[in-house]
Design a protein. Structure first.
Length: 420
Protein backbone atom coordinates (compact mmCIF):
# COMPACT_ATOMS: atom_id res chain seq x y z
CA UNK A 1 0.00 0.00 0.00
CA UNK A 2 1.22 3.47 -0.75
CA UNK A 3 1.46 6.35 1.70
CA UNK A 4 -1.62 8.33 2.66
CA UNK A 5 -0.81 12.05 2.57
CA UNK A 6 -1.24 14.08 5.70
CA UNK A 7 -1.58 17.74 6.59
CA UNK A 8 -0.86 19.59 9.81
CA UNK A 9 -2.17 22.66 11.55
CA UNK A 10 -0.12 25.44 13.12
CA UNK A 11 1.07 25.41 16.70
CA UNK A 12 2.17 27.93 19.33
CA UNK A 13 3.96 31.08 18.21
CA UNK A 14 6.88 32.55 20.11
CA UNK A 15 4.74 35.22 21.75
CA UNK A 16 2.47 32.62 23.33
CA UNK A 17 5.39 30.48 24.40
CA UNK A 18 7.31 33.30 26.00
CA UNK A 19 4.35 34.94 27.70
CA UNK A 20 4.35 32.19 30.29
CA UNK A 21 8.08 32.43 31.06
CA UNK A 22 9.37 34.51 33.94
CA UNK A 23 12.34 36.86 33.60
CA UNK A 24 15.57 34.87 34.01
CA UNK A 25 17.55 35.60 37.16
CA UNK A 26 20.88 34.69 35.53
CA UNK A 27 22.80 36.02 32.55
CA UNK A 28 22.87 34.49 29.09
CA UNK A 29 23.87 30.83 28.91
CA UNK A 30 27.54 30.23 28.33
CA UNK A 31 26.92 27.27 26.01
CA UNK A 32 24.66 26.81 23.02
CA UNK A 33 22.01 25.07 25.11
CA UNK A 34 18.66 26.77 25.60
CA UNK A 35 18.50 28.58 28.94
CA UNK A 36 17.19 26.63 31.93
CA UNK A 37 15.50 28.50 34.81
CA UNK A 38 17.38 27.58 37.98
CA UNK A 39 14.93 28.42 40.74
CA UNK A 40 12.23 26.04 41.92
CA UNK A 41 8.70 27.30 42.50
CA UNK A 42 8.29 28.87 45.96
CA UNK A 43 7.58 26.20 48.54
CA UNK A 44 8.07 23.34 46.08
CA UNK A 45 11.00 20.95 46.57
CA UNK A 46 13.24 20.51 43.53
CA UNK A 47 12.53 17.37 41.55
CA UNK A 48 14.84 16.25 38.78
CA UNK A 49 16.80 18.51 36.46
CA UNK A 50 15.61 22.07 35.87
CA UNK A 51 13.32 22.71 32.92
CA UNK A 52 14.77 23.61 29.55
CA UNK A 53 13.15 25.71 26.85
CA UNK A 54 12.55 23.45 23.85
CA UNK A 55 11.38 25.35 20.77
CA UNK A 56 11.39 22.05 18.88
CA UNK A 57 8.93 19.67 20.48
CA UNK A 58 9.86 16.01 20.04
CA UNK A 59 7.91 12.80 20.59
CA UNK A 60 8.31 9.17 19.56
CA UNK A 61 5.45 7.78 17.47
CA UNK A 62 5.85 4.24 18.85
CA UNK A 63 8.47 2.50 20.98
CA UNK A 64 11.06 0.57 18.95
CA UNK A 65 10.99 -3.24 18.93
CA UNK A 66 14.45 -4.70 18.21
CA UNK A 67 14.59 -7.21 15.33
CA UNK A 68 17.48 -9.34 14.02
CA UNK A 69 17.80 -9.08 10.26
CA UNK A 70 19.52 -10.61 7.25
CA UNK A 71 22.51 -8.26 7.44
CA UNK A 72 23.63 -9.90 10.68
CA UNK A 73 22.62 -6.84 12.70
CA UNK A 74 19.80 -5.88 15.02
CA UNK A 75 17.64 -2.93 13.97
CA UNK A 76 15.58 -0.53 16.08
CA UNK A 77 13.36 1.22 13.55
CA UNK A 78 11.13 4.03 14.80
CA UNK A 79 10.15 7.66 14.19
CA UNK A 80 10.48 10.94 16.06
CA UNK A 81 7.96 13.68 15.32
CA UNK A 82 9.27 17.25 15.58
CA UNK A 83 7.20 20.44 15.87
CA UNK A 84 8.52 24.00 15.58
CA UNK A 85 6.56 26.11 18.08
CA UNK A 86 8.16 29.42 17.05
CA UNK A 87 7.09 32.07 14.52
CA UNK A 88 10.34 31.73 12.57
CA UNK A 89 12.11 28.92 10.77
CA UNK A 90 13.99 26.30 12.75
CA UNK A 91 16.79 24.38 11.03
CA UNK A 92 17.74 21.14 12.72
CA UNK A 93 21.53 20.78 12.58
CA UNK A 94 21.69 17.34 14.16
CA UNK A 95 19.66 14.72 15.96
CA UNK A 96 21.40 12.12 18.12
CA UNK A 97 20.06 8.93 19.67
CA UNK A 98 21.56 8.19 23.06
CA UNK A 99 21.47 5.30 25.51
CA UNK A 100 22.61 6.92 28.72
CA UNK A 101 25.87 8.66 27.80
CA UNK A 102 26.47 6.51 24.72
CA UNK A 103 25.77 7.92 21.26
CA UNK A 104 24.12 5.21 19.15
CA UNK A 105 23.37 7.33 16.07
CA UNK A 106 23.88 10.93 14.97
CA UNK A 107 22.29 12.38 11.85
CA UNK A 108 23.46 15.76 10.54
CA UNK A 109 23.55 17.76 7.32
CA UNK A 110 22.63 15.88 4.14
CA UNK A 111 22.33 12.63 6.06
CA UNK A 112 19.72 14.15 8.35
CA UNK A 113 17.87 15.62 5.37
CA UNK A 114 17.71 12.15 3.80
CA UNK A 115 15.84 10.82 6.85
CA UNK A 116 13.68 13.89 7.58
CA UNK A 117 10.52 15.29 5.99
CA UNK A 118 8.03 18.02 6.83
CA UNK A 119 4.54 16.57 7.16
CA UNK A 120 2.71 16.99 3.89
CA UNK A 121 5.94 17.14 1.87
CA UNK A 122 7.09 13.53 1.80
CA UNK A 123 9.05 13.87 -1.45
CA UNK A 124 11.27 16.73 -0.27
CA UNK A 125 14.24 16.05 2.00
CA UNK A 126 14.68 18.88 4.49
CA UNK A 127 16.15 19.93 7.80
CA UNK A 128 14.08 23.11 8.12
CA UNK A 129 10.64 23.45 9.67
CA UNK A 130 8.70 26.65 9.09
CA UNK A 131 6.71 28.47 11.78
CA UNK A 132 4.30 26.05 13.43
CA UNK A 133 5.37 23.29 11.04
CA UNK A 134 5.76 19.65 12.04
CA UNK A 135 8.01 17.00 10.58
CA UNK A 136 9.28 13.49 11.15
CA UNK A 137 12.73 11.93 11.38
CA UNK A 138 12.81 8.23 10.56
CA UNK A 139 15.44 6.45 12.64
CA UNK A 140 17.22 3.16 12.10
CA UNK A 141 19.51 2.38 15.02
CA UNK A 142 21.69 -0.55 13.96
CA UNK A 143 23.41 -2.69 16.59
CA UNK A 144 25.88 -5.52 16.25
CA UNK A 145 24.14 -8.82 16.89
CA UNK A 146 26.23 -9.39 20.02
CA UNK A 147 25.78 -5.85 21.39
CA UNK A 148 23.46 -5.34 24.36
CA UNK A 149 20.08 -3.88 23.53
CA UNK A 150 19.50 -0.61 25.41
CA UNK A 151 16.51 -0.38 27.71
CA UNK A 152 15.99 3.38 27.35
CA UNK A 153 16.68 5.86 24.58
CA UNK A 154 16.68 9.65 24.51
CA UNK A 155 17.48 12.24 21.87
CA UNK A 156 19.61 15.36 21.60
CA UNK A 157 18.55 17.99 19.08
CA UNK A 158 20.73 20.90 17.95
CA UNK A 159 18.88 23.57 15.97
CA UNK A 160 19.45 27.03 14.52
CA UNK A 161 16.70 29.61 15.06
CA UNK A 162 15.89 32.18 12.39
CA UNK A 163 14.43 34.47 15.06
CA UNK A 164 16.44 33.99 18.26
CA UNK A 165 15.24 35.65 21.45
CA UNK A 166 18.22 35.72 23.82
CA UNK A 167 18.78 34.92 26.55
CA UNK A 168 15.96 32.36 26.50
CA UNK A 169 16.49 31.36 22.89
CA UNK A 170 20.03 31.86 21.57
CA UNK A 171 20.72 31.53 17.83
CA UNK A 172 21.65 27.87 18.29
CA UNK A 173 19.88 25.74 20.88
CA UNK A 174 20.66 22.28 22.17
CA UNK A 175 17.79 20.25 23.55
CA UNK A 176 19.04 17.41 25.73
CA UNK A 177 17.34 14.15 26.68
CA UNK A 178 14.12 14.88 24.79
CA UNK A 179 11.59 12.32 23.55
CA UNK A 180 12.68 9.61 26.00
CA UNK A 181 11.38 6.15 25.16
CA UNK A 182 11.57 2.70 26.70
CA UNK A 183 12.71 0.07 24.21
CA UNK A 184 10.12 -2.68 23.88
CA UNK A 185 11.00 -6.04 25.39
CA UNK A 186 8.59 -7.89 23.10
CA UNK A 187 10.09 -10.39 20.68
CA UNK A 188 9.30 -10.08 16.96
CA UNK A 189 6.56 -12.35 15.68
CA UNK A 190 8.02 -15.65 14.44
CA UNK A 191 6.26 -16.73 11.25
CA UNK A 192 6.38 -19.12 8.33
CA UNK A 193 6.64 -17.51 4.88
CA UNK A 194 3.38 -16.47 3.19
CA UNK A 195 4.54 -17.74 -0.22
CA UNK A 196 6.28 -20.74 -1.80
CA UNK A 197 9.02 -20.97 -4.37
CA UNK A 198 12.20 -19.25 -5.54
CA UNK A 199 13.38 -15.67 -5.93
CA UNK A 200 10.82 -13.69 -3.93
CA UNK A 201 11.98 -10.07 -3.88
CA UNK A 202 11.35 -7.82 -0.91
CA UNK A 203 10.72 -4.75 -3.04
CA UNK A 204 9.49 -2.32 -0.39
CA UNK A 205 10.13 -2.62 3.34
CA UNK A 206 12.33 -1.71 6.29
CA UNK A 207 14.59 -0.09 7.05
CA UNK A 208 15.50 2.43 4.34
CA UNK A 209 13.34 5.37 3.27
CA UNK A 210 10.93 3.24 1.26
CA UNK A 211 7.26 4.01 0.64
CA UNK A 212 6.31 1.54 3.35
CA UNK A 213 8.78 2.88 5.89
CA UNK A 214 7.65 6.45 5.27
CA UNK A 215 3.92 5.70 5.33
CA UNK A 216 2.27 7.63 8.16
CA UNK A 217 -1.50 7.47 8.34
CA UNK A 218 -3.30 10.42 10.05
CA UNK A 219 -6.25 8.59 11.58
CA UNK A 220 -8.38 9.41 14.63
CA UNK A 221 -6.08 12.22 15.71
CA UNK A 222 -2.80 10.30 15.60
CA UNK A 223 -0.09 9.23 13.17
CA UNK A 224 0.13 5.47 12.62
CA UNK A 225 3.12 3.72 11.06
CA UNK A 226 1.27 0.51 10.22
CA UNK A 227 3.61 -0.33 7.33
CA UNK A 228 6.90 0.17 9.17
CA UNK A 229 7.94 -3.46 8.52
CA UNK A 230 5.57 -4.25 5.63
CA UNK A 231 6.90 -6.23 2.66
CA UNK A 232 5.84 -6.06 -0.99
CA UNK A 233 6.62 -9.45 -2.51
CA UNK A 234 7.34 -9.76 -6.24
CA UNK A 235 8.78 -12.91 -7.82
CA UNK A 236 11.77 -12.70 -10.12
CA UNK A 237 11.81 -15.07 -13.06
CA UNK A 238 14.95 -17.07 -13.78
CA UNK A 239 16.11 -14.24 -16.06
CA UNK A 240 15.60 -11.63 -13.30
CA UNK A 241 12.44 -10.00 -14.71
CA UNK A 242 8.95 -9.75 -13.19
CA UNK A 243 6.84 -9.62 -16.38
CA UNK A 244 6.93 -10.28 -20.09
CA UNK A 245 4.66 -8.71 -22.70
CA UNK A 246 1.99 -6.17 -21.81
CA UNK A 247 2.96 -4.51 -18.53
CA UNK A 248 -0.66 -3.54 -17.86
CA UNK A 249 -2.04 -7.10 -17.98
CA UNK A 250 -1.80 -9.04 -14.70
CA UNK A 251 -1.37 -12.27 -16.67
CA UNK A 252 2.00 -10.93 -17.90
CA UNK A 253 3.35 -11.52 -14.39
CA UNK A 254 4.06 -15.27 -14.02
CA UNK A 255 3.44 -15.21 -10.27
CA UNK A 256 -0.01 -13.58 -10.55
CA UNK A 257 -2.54 -15.88 -8.89
CA UNK A 258 -0.12 -18.03 -6.88
CA UNK A 259 -1.23 -19.36 -3.51
CA UNK A 260 -0.92 -17.19 -0.41
CA UNK A 261 -0.48 -19.11 2.84
CA UNK A 262 -1.27 -18.42 6.49
CA UNK A 263 1.97 -17.58 8.30
CA UNK A 264 0.82 -18.95 11.66
CA UNK A 265 -2.09 -20.61 13.42
CA UNK A 266 -4.94 -18.31 14.33
CA UNK A 267 -8.45 -17.14 13.52
CA UNK A 268 -9.55 -14.92 10.66
CA UNK A 269 -10.91 -11.61 11.97
CA UNK A 270 -11.65 -9.69 8.74
CA UNK A 271 -12.07 -10.39 5.02
CA UNK A 272 -12.73 -8.29 1.93
CA UNK A 273 -13.21 -9.75 -1.55
CA UNK A 274 -14.85 -8.69 -4.79
CA UNK A 275 -12.79 -5.61 -5.64
CA UNK A 276 -11.57 -5.57 -9.27
CA UNK A 277 -8.01 -6.03 -10.45
CA UNK A 278 -6.16 -2.77 -11.14
CA UNK A 279 -4.29 -1.99 -14.35
CA UNK A 280 -0.63 -2.71 -13.71
CA UNK A 281 1.66 0.25 -14.27
CA UNK A 282 -0.95 2.77 -13.17
CA UNK A 283 -1.40 4.18 -9.67
CA UNK A 284 -5.03 3.96 -8.54
CA UNK A 285 -6.82 7.14 -7.48
CA UNK A 286 -10.03 7.90 -5.63
CA UNK A 287 -10.00 4.86 -3.35
CA UNK A 288 -11.98 5.02 -0.10
CA UNK A 289 -10.01 4.26 3.04
CA UNK A 290 -11.35 0.71 3.42
CA UNK A 291 -10.17 -0.28 -0.08
CA UNK A 292 -6.49 0.63 0.21
CA UNK A 293 -5.61 -2.98 1.09
CA UNK A 294 -7.73 -4.27 -1.78
CA UNK A 295 -9.09 -7.77 -1.33
CA UNK A 296 -7.50 -8.89 1.90
CA UNK A 297 -7.48 -11.13 4.94
CA UNK A 298 -6.64 -10.12 8.51
CA UNK A 299 -5.63 -12.96 10.83
CA UNK A 300 -5.03 -12.91 14.59
CA UNK A 301 -1.62 -14.52 15.09
CA UNK A 302 -1.23 -13.58 18.77
CA UNK A 303 -1.34 -17.20 19.91
CA UNK A 304 -0.75 -17.41 23.65
CA UNK A 305 1.37 -14.27 23.72
CA UNK A 306 0.58 -11.21 25.80
CA UNK A 307 1.00 -8.87 22.82
CA UNK A 308 -1.79 -8.71 20.25
CA UNK A 309 -0.53 -9.31 16.72
CA UNK A 310 -2.42 -9.43 13.47
CA UNK A 311 -1.24 -10.41 9.99
CA UNK A 312 -2.45 -8.58 6.88
CA UNK A 313 -2.45 -10.31 3.49
CA UNK A 314 -3.35 -7.56 1.00
CA UNK A 315 -4.13 -6.97 -2.72
CA UNK A 316 -5.44 -10.53 -3.19
CA UNK A 317 -6.82 -11.71 -6.53
CA UNK A 318 -10.48 -10.96 -7.15
CA UNK A 319 -12.70 -13.82 -6.01
CA UNK A 320 -9.81 -15.86 -4.62
CA UNK A 321 -10.33 -15.47 -0.87
CA UNK A 322 -11.09 -18.90 0.58
CA UNK A 323 -11.71 -18.02 4.23
CA UNK A 324 -14.29 -16.18 6.30
CA UNK A 325 -14.18 -14.34 9.64
CA UNK A 326 -14.10 -16.85 12.46
CA UNK A 327 -12.30 -19.55 10.47
CA UNK A 328 -9.41 -21.09 12.40
CA UNK A 329 -6.38 -21.19 10.10
CA UNK A 330 -3.42 -23.53 10.34
CA UNK A 331 0.11 -22.54 9.38
CA UNK A 332 0.56 -22.99 5.64
CA UNK A 333 -3.15 -23.11 4.82
CA UNK A 334 -4.05 -21.44 1.51
CA UNK A 335 -6.22 -18.39 2.18
CA UNK A 336 -6.26 -16.73 -1.25
CA UNK A 337 -4.22 -15.92 -4.33
CA UNK A 338 -1.75 -13.12 -5.09
CA UNK A 339 -3.42 -10.28 -7.00
CA UNK A 340 -3.39 -6.60 -7.90
CA UNK A 341 -6.38 -5.05 -6.13
CA UNK A 342 -6.75 -1.89 -4.07
CA UNK A 343 -3.87 0.58 -3.89
CA UNK A 344 -1.56 -1.49 -6.09
CA UNK A 345 0.25 -0.73 -9.33
CA UNK A 346 1.61 -4.23 -10.06
CA UNK A 347 0.73 -7.76 -8.93
CA UNK A 348 2.30 -8.42 -5.55
CA UNK A 349 1.55 -9.60 -2.05
CA UNK A 350 1.60 -6.88 0.57
CA UNK A 351 2.21 -8.48 3.97
CA UNK A 352 2.63 -6.92 7.36
CA UNK A 353 2.19 -7.60 11.07
CA UNK A 354 0.35 -5.00 13.14
CA UNK A 355 -0.98 -4.23 16.59
CA UNK A 356 -4.71 -4.13 15.74
CA UNK A 357 -7.07 -5.60 13.12
CA UNK A 358 -7.16 -2.29 11.22
CA UNK A 359 -4.69 -2.40 8.28
CA UNK A 360 -3.95 1.34 8.54
CA UNK A 361 -4.84 2.38 12.10
CA UNK A 362 -2.18 0.17 13.66
CA UNK A 363 1.38 0.15 14.87
CA UNK A 364 3.57 -1.86 12.49
CA UNK A 365 5.41 -4.69 14.26
CA UNK A 366 8.55 -6.58 13.22
CA UNK A 367 8.59 -10.27 12.35
CA UNK A 368 11.18 -12.94 11.63
CA UNK A 369 10.81 -15.80 9.17
CA UNK A 370 11.55 -19.25 10.56
CA UNK A 371 13.35 -20.87 7.61
CA UNK A 372 14.35 -19.58 4.19
CA UNK A 373 17.18 -19.29 1.69
CA UNK A 374 18.65 -15.83 1.22
CA UNK A 375 19.52 -15.92 -2.49
CA UNK A 376 21.13 -12.47 -2.48
CA UNK A 377 20.17 -8.82 -2.79
CA UNK A 378 19.51 -6.36 -5.55
CA UNK A 379 22.42 -4.02 -6.19
CA UNK A 380 20.64 -0.86 -5.00
CA UNK A 381 17.26 0.83 -4.78
CA UNK A 382 17.83 2.00 -8.35
CA UNK A 383 17.84 -1.66 -9.40
CA UNK A 384 14.06 -1.65 -9.00
CA UNK A 385 13.57 0.63 -12.01
CA UNK A 386 14.63 -1.88 -14.69
CA UNK A 387 12.05 -4.31 -13.30
CA UNK A 388 9.26 -1.85 -14.05
CA UNK A 389 10.49 -1.62 -17.65
CA UNK A 390 10.53 -5.39 -18.14
CA UNK A 391 14.30 -5.65 -17.72
CA UNK A 392 16.23 -7.88 -15.30
CA UNK A 393 17.25 -6.34 -12.00
CA UNK A 394 21.01 -6.21 -11.34
CA UNK A 395 22.04 -8.21 -8.28
CA UNK A 396 24.67 -7.17 -5.78
CA UNK A 397 27.99 -8.82 -6.67
CA UNK A 398 29.39 -11.62 -4.56
CA UNK A 399 26.05 -12.93 -3.32
CA UNK A 400 26.13 -16.58 -2.28
CA UNK A 401 22.82 -18.25 -1.36
CA UNK A 402 22.69 -19.28 2.28
CA UNK A 403 20.19 -20.84 4.63
CA UNK A 404 18.77 -18.53 7.26
CA UNK A 405 16.30 -18.81 10.10
CA UNK A 406 14.54 -16.50 12.51
CA UNK A 407 15.58 -13.30 10.75
CA UNK A 408 13.61 -10.32 9.48
CA UNK A 409 13.87 -9.44 5.78
CA UNK A 410 15.34 -6.17 4.56
CA UNK A 411 14.36 -4.25 1.45
CA UNK A 412 16.06 -5.65 -1.70
CA UNK A 413 16.48 -9.15 -0.23
CA UNK A 414 15.75 -12.02 -2.64
CA UNK A 415 14.54 -15.16 -0.88
CA UNK A 416 13.46 -18.71 -1.67
CA UNK A 417 10.76 -20.34 0.43
CA UNK A 418 10.49 -24.13 0.47
CA UNK A 419 7.43 -25.67 -1.19
CA UNK A 420 4.88 -27.17 1.19
Amino acid sequence: MHRIGSRTAGFLGAAILLAGCGTPTQGPPTSSSAARPSAASPGAPPSGPPAQVTPVLASVIAAPVPVPTTDGKRHLAYEVQLTNVLDGDVTVKSLSVKAGDDDLLTLAGDQLAYWMRALGASQTPTTTLGPGRAGVVWLDVVLDESAPVPTELSHTIVADLAKPLPPLLPPTVTENAVAPVTVSTHEPAKISPPLDGPRWLDGNSCCDMTAHRMALNPLDGNLWAAERFAVDYLQLSADGTIFTGDRGAPQSYPYFGVDVHAVADGPVVAVLDGLPEQVAGQSPTGLPLDQYAGNHVVQDISGDGTEKRYALYAHLQTGSVKVRPGDQLSTGQVLGHLGNTGNSDAPHLHFHVMSSPDPLRSNGLPFVIKDFTLDGRLASMNALYPLLAGQPAPMAPGSTPRQEKDLGPLVLDVMTYAAR
